[in-house]
Design a protein around this ligand. Structure first.
Ligand SMILES: [Zn+2]
Length: 79
């Protein structure tokens, strides 16, 4: 597994997390690079923490709705 890459601004980045759908690198300048498929976002640490809180809230709300109900809402296009 490659854990260090060069960012577009030529800073070294170290892999700090990897999941099935996303990976996160930390740049030597302190920036965070979040990659989800072909999408890459450069974030501050504060933005990463805020995004994490938002996703945790969304995941909690999905669990409350239940998987079948969430899928039904998604299929209707009103999710
Ligand atoms: Zn950097």
């Amino acid at each position: 597994m490659q854990t260090t890459i060069k960012s577009p601004h030529q800073h070294s980045q170290r892999l700090i997390a990897r999941g099935d759908f996303a990976s996160v690198h930390r740049c030597e300048c302190g920036g965070i690079q979040l990659t989800i498929g072909a999408l890459t976002l450069r974030l501050t640490t504060a933005a990463l923490l805020s995004l994490t809180a938002t996703l945790e809230e969304a995941a909690g709300n999905c669990e409350q709705a239940g998987p079948a109900r969430a899928l039904t809402s998604f299929q209707r296009g009103d999710a």
